[in-house]
Design a protein around this ligand. Structure first.
Ligand code: NYM
Length: 233
């Protein structure tokens, strides 16, 4: 395992489809990391619904309010920016962060909308300069398996046709297959550094093992010596 003198905490992002078990996996990963080293580990999530901006996002997701597609997109990004200094400080202090959703969800859920389908770059731009994850683990789930799990909840976006579109954008972000996808600017393809895909259509234990294997292979089980990157460099 890495030297205990590793300079900072690791920034580990879990992304994924709705119903993929992201929140369960994030807390299992937090526990596993805490058991593996004496380094502090914290769980964070986006959207952070506890802030003033988060309250507006929450109302939108519950369909209590309607907002212009670009306006809500910017609020999701602002919600990350208001936490950015705290993220940097925690990492610098040696705390590893497990983050449930990040900028990739921001792009995927917005660019999946017809109004923003041709606005990939626009969707990515507001997050430019945010702390970059050291690894992003994408929990992939087909709409069929989501349906077997009892289907989606009642929030905005939790409909099969939306989920299909979101999954296609995630595939583009991660540089996975581009079959059946409209053309995306080359610059966006595979833009996410260290993007790893885990098939979430298995048991909780199997998915947890796969998530851990990726964290371990990425050399992030006990922080990292690497300098913190910036989106989208
Ligand atoms: N979501 C999440 C976005 O549309 N943009 C973003 O930037 C982020 C972080 O919010 N369907 C969407 C994805 C989810 C929804 O997330 C709420 P959760 O993890 O269910 O609280």
């Amino acid at each position: 395992s890495p030297a205990p003198s590793a300079a900072r905490g690791a920034f580990i992002v879990l992304e994924g489809m709705d119903r993929a078990g992201k929140t369960t996996q994030a807390s299992l990963l937090r526990a596993k990391l805490a058991a593996q080293s004496s380094r502090p580990v914290e769980l964070i999530k986006f959207p952070d619904r506890t802030t003033a901006i988060g309250t507006m996002i929450d109302a939108y997701l519950r369909s209590a309010t309607d907002l212009d597609d670009r306006a809500i997109h910017l609020l999701f990004s602002a919600n990350r920016w208001e936490c950015a200094a705290r993220i940097e400080a925690a990492l610098a202090a040696g705390t590893t962060l497990v983050c449930d959703r990040y900028a990739f969800s921001g792009i995927a859920f917005s660019a999946a909308k017809p109004s923003l389908a041709d606005a990939f770059e626009w969707c990515a731009t507001p997050d430019t300069g945010l702390p970059a994850p050291d690894v992003t683990i994408f929990l992939d789930l087909s709409p069929e398996t989501a349906a077997e799990r009892g289907g989606y909840g009642r929030e905005r976006y939790e409909r099969e046709e939306v989920q299909r579109a979101v999954r296609a954008v995630f595939a583009r972000i991660g540089g996975q297959q581009e079959a059946d996808l409209p053309d995306a600017p080359d610059a966006m393809l595979g833009r996410a550094r260290n993007w790893r895909v885990v098939d979430a259509g298995h048991s909780v234990e199997e998915v947890a093992a796969a998530v851990w294997a990726n964290v371990h292979e990425a050399g992030l089980a006990d922080g990292t010596q690497a300098p913190l990157g910036r989106l989208w460099a």
